[in-house]
Design a protein around this ligand. Structure first.
Ligand SMILES: *[C@@H]1O[C@H](CO)[C@@H](O)[C@H](O)[C@H]1NC(C)=O
Ligand SMILES: *[C@@H]1O[C@H](CO)[C@@H](O)[C@H](O)[C@H]1NC(C)=O
Length: 393
């Protein structure tokens, strides 16, 4: 009788033990194995995703490597392990960057600065509850109320820096004298900002990129222009009115009642030999996506903007045509027609593509990461004394 009892007891203990093992296994395996493999239907460490952006977005929440056709694997691998291998150094606490207001009220995705830019130790947030802990507070110029009522009202901690952030040119940014002596850092397209973020840049092409850069898209149109924001007083409007007297320009965009979406944009611009990269206002360093997109797509930009020397601080002299290179729109039109007839001359505008690829910055997210990087590296006291005379002066 007592033997059967102790046998049953032993069985029960073994059963409990096995059950506990099973539960433990489940607990550890579920999040790593099951979630990664099955929820996403991909094998654990190799995920084929066609575009880099999706890859980065997915990577943000998952611990695995992405293989993208342009080979960002290496870049991304730095964050692929939950614990980086380089924990031997004493880790500095994360730098908190608070996005106080979304630019134009539109949220952008707060991805991982380490996967995107190899900038480590950043915590980006829009949680105002973290105000007192934040090392940097980003304030977007266009969204500041005239009476500053939507600015942080709490006193800032001794280490906290406020960053004035703007991507509009002075012509399109309202001045507010109350903004004097409020900020510690500036971030804008201007190269003399504390944290400059240009609209685009040429980066060294990888072997993979060189393959697609070597082919120039087929051309069926000569000159194209897309304009949504048309103001007859802009320099570009005057120039355009003259130019069309001498050469045909294929026009699209809101102003011409021919709005186009993103895909149509790429198809259209790639089919044009020349694109009018005419900036809406003329300011030093104000060289926007109107230049970098056609360069990326494989179309020769004809620019109106700051002087040629300023452009040449961003791109090679032979990559573009400046309207100032010609005494008048008529001579420019003659030159474009000459290039239309002479393939060798035209192709010279693409030699830079043997080494470089045109990249565009990610508005907002890119600012936040570089701001974090700056704040981590520069802990000194700093005040922007006269924002108004610097930016609008
Ligand atoms: C990506 O890089 C790896 C390692 O550098 C290399 O072995 C592989 O061939 C590359 N893949 C492509 C598609 O370029
Ligand atoms: C930031 O600027 C404000 C306003 O001038 C100043 O009071 C504060 O001490 C500065 N903080 C840092 C960390 O530089």
């Amino acid at each position: 009788m007592s033997q059967t009892h102790s046998k049953t007891a032993r069985r029960i203990i073994i059963a409990i033990f096995l059950l506990a093992c099973f539960l433990l296994c489940l607990y550890y395996l579920l999040p790593v194995g099951y979630f990664n493999i099955n929820m996403l239907n991909y094998p654990v460490d190799q995920v084929q995703i066609n575009n880099e952006e999706t890859c980065l977005r997915v990577l943000k929440t998952q611990n695995y490597r992405c293989t993208v056709n342009n080979n960002v694997t290496k870049l991304l691998m730095t964050t692929s392990a939950p614990k980086p291998l380089t924990t031997t150094k004493k880790e500095e606490p994360d730098t908190i960057v608070l996005i106080w207001m979304w630019p134009f009220g539109v949220p952008f995705e707060l991805g991982s600065c380490s996967s995107a830019f190899n900038i480590h130790g950043c915590h980006l947030t829009d949680d105002k509850g973290l105000f007192n802990q934040a090392h940097g507070v980003m304030i977007h110029h266009r969204d500041i109320s005239w009476d500053l009522s939507n600015m942080p009202q709490l006193p800032r901690t001794t280490f906290q820096k406020w960053i004035w952030w703007n991507m509009e040119s002075p012509t399109h940014s309202g001045q507010n004298p109350q903004l004097k002596d409020l900020f510690n850092l500036t971030s804008s397209y201007r190269r003399d900002s504390d944290i400059p973020v240009p609209y685009g840049w040429l980066s060294e092409a990888t072997e993979e990129e060189k393959k697609y850069l070597s082919t120039i898209p087929e051309k069926s149109k000569l000159v194209c222009w897309i304009a949504s924001n048309y103001n007859p007083n802009y320099k570009r409007s005057h120039y355009f009115t003259e130019l069309v007297k001498y050469i045909n320009v294929e026009t699209h965009g809101g102003h011409f009642n021919k709005r186009i979406n993103n895909d149509e944009y790429v198809n259209l611009v790639s089919s044009c030999k020349f694109y009018l990269s005419f900036e809406n206002s003329i300011h030093r360093d104000y060289i926007t996506e109107k230049l970098f997109n056609p360069l990326n797509i494989g179309t020769v930009p004809v620019v109106i903007g700051p002087p040629r020397e300023n452009y040449e601080q961003f791109i090679p002299s032979e990559a573009f045509i400046h309207v100032d290179d010609f005494p008048s729109p008529k001579e420019l039109a003659d030159h474009l027609r000459l290039l239309d007839q002479n393939k060798d001359l035209y192709m010279r505008y693409f030699t830079w593509r043997e080494h470089f690829v045109s990249k565009s910055s990610l508005f907002g997210f890119e600012h936040a990461c570089w701001i974090c990087d700056y704040i981590r590296k520069n802990k000194h006291y700093k005040v922007v004394r006269d924002l108004n005379s610097w930016y609008w002066g």
